[in-house]
Write a protein that binds this ligand. Structure first.
Ligand SMILES: Nc1ncnc2c1ncn2[C@@H]1O[C@H](COP(=O)(O)OP(=O)(O)OP(=O)(O)O)[C@@H](O)[C@H]1O
Ligand SMILES: [Mg+2]
Length: 351
């Protein structure tokens, strides 16, 4: 298949198929419109053209056999504009009614103030980090910051210094502001590529790359970041260890972390946290304890924001039915189709 043929074949496919094809190939593929997705897939195909073509043929085959057995929601035939008539494949949709936008938005806001009571996993993690390294794997919005703050407070009360790292300069800036309010601005410093303030403070916030570089330099004796007094290193968003490009930074930071400092890895979405805890145990002088908690304190709601700023629930129900396509909200589906039509490469419109 020539590049032009491949591009043409890709352009003939529905965007949902392209998204499936893009999984594992294109980073953040759900943010890309059809035109961009095709561009990225073509770029990727320079590395493994045969693999891409064969996956594409498989997906097309699956789609055809689904449509032959009458299960398709998206027939091949040219379709009328969604605004003028029913949705493509809408006939086979379940008849269950869909949630309204106002019901979907209900309950979002600031809850009434309540006394703070630490969750059992927070107490468990805090107790553990005074003795061992700890990996925390809990859903997003569960309160990992509380553990980081309290562990930092305890380490500083013990006259130990603390380093907190995040993968992003923006997050480091936010934490700098947040921790300065909690501990006082004289107790907190920041070191990122853009900002160096209060570098002698007992609590230093930095990007993980900066810490890795400091540890490199310290290992070669070039600078002194008071490694002897370092009591705690907190690696926030440590699921980045799985990132194909940046993951090595987390690995090296862990490997070079001074032995007397405790490591606290915070993560919302490590797929294999036990493996990571076991690896830490195998390379560090102390064991590593895994603290897990599965219940989501803040339930997820999936919505779809069309580039025309129209917001709609993504699924028929408030909860997330694990992406089952038949559960798509009719309005979201209509907007998808509209977007797909709008973003088809010029001259290749299927209408
Ligand atoms: N035990 C608790 N009870 C009630 N609210 C809590 C508790 N612990 C933390 N919170 C609140 O939960 C919210 C989310 O906390 P936090 O930002 O620490 O979450 P997180 O786990 O770091 O999430 P993310 O994965 O998004 O970084 C904050 O407003 C925090 O004050
Ligand atoms: Mg957090």
């Amino acid at each position: 298949m020539t590049s032009e043929e491949l591009e043409k074949l890709l352009a003939q496919q529905p965007v949902a198929l392209l998204h499936r094809l893009a999984r594992g190939r294109v980073h953040r593929q759900f943010r890309a419109g059809k035109r961009r997705l095709i561009e990225l897939l073509l770029q990727h195909s320079s590395q493994n053209r045969a693999g891409l073509e064969s996956d594409l043929q498989t997906l097309i085959g699956e789609r055809q056999s689904r449509s032959q057995s009458g299960q398709s929601h998206r027939p091949h035939a040219p379709v009328p504009h969604p605004k003028k008539t029913s949705l493509r494949g809408g006939d086979s949709e379940p008849m269950e009614s869909a949630i309204s936008l106002s019901d979907w938005l209900k309950g979002i806001g600031v809850p009434p103030p309540q006394p703070f009571i630490a969750d059992p996993w927070q107490t468990e993690a805090l107790a553990a980090v005074s003795e061992t390294d700890v990996v925390i794997s809990v859903p997003t919005g569960s309160g990992k910051t509380y553990v980081a703050v309290e562990a930092a407070r305890r380490a500083m009360e013990d006259n130990r210094t603390v380093i907190y790292t995040s993968p992003l300069k923006a997050l480091s800036n936010t934490k700098y502001t947040e921790f300065s309010k909690i501990f006082g601005s004289d107790r907190v410093g920041i070191l990122t590529g853009d900002r160096q303030e209060n570098g002698q403070a007992p609590l230093l916030i930095m990007t993980t790359e900066i810490l890795r570089n400091l540890l490199y330099d310290a290992a070669s004796g070039e600078i002194d970041i008071r490694l002897d007094t370092l009591g705690l290193v907190i690696l926030d968003e440590s699921q980045y260890i799985a990132d194909p490009e940046r993951g090595v930074v987390w690995e090296e930071t862990i490997i070079f972390c001074p032995s007397q400092a405790r490591l606290l890895l915070l993560s919302a979405s490590i797929g294999n946290p036990q493996d990571i805890a076991d690896w830490l145990t195998s390379i560090r002088p102390t064991t590593c304890r895994l603290v897990r908690h599965g219940t989501r304190t803040v339930p997820l709601r999936a919505g779809y924001l069309h580039p025309n700023e129209k917001l709609t629930p993504l699924f028929r129900t408030q909860g997330i039915p694990y992406g089952h396509p038949s559960q798509l909200h009719p309005e979201a589906k209509r907007l998808f189709l509209e977007y797909e039509d709008e973003t088809l490469p010029s001259g290749r419109s299927r209408r």
